[in-house]
Design a protein around this ligand. Sequence first.
Ligand code: SF4
Ligand code: SF4
Length: 90
Amino acid sequence: MTYTERYEQLQAKQLNEWEVLCHCCGSCCGINDNDPCEHLMEVHKGKFFCDIYENRFGMHKTISGKPFKCVPIRDVLQMFWAGDGNCGYK
Ligand code: SF4
Ligand code: SF4
């Protein structure tokens, strides 16, 4: 295996380890605020997913039409939101 292949394999492993920390509670997307992002979908009871996940960063709207900017979770970990005590990254 080349260095590039090993590097890419390690990156993929670390990305997977990071992603699985999210248990899809939806709180960082506003599910506990009564006005979540319009792209937040409930897949099972209490489990949510983003219907544009691969292209999520940037300006979006809540269900009521309020604009907001979706950013990487690392950019908001020092902040507080309703339900953040359950976030796997905190
Ligand atoms: S666009 Fe951002 S805020 Fe909206 S559901 Fe997707 S990840 Fe959550
Ligand atoms: S608050 Fe944390 S655990 Fe819940 S959906 Fe957002 S990133 Fe995932």
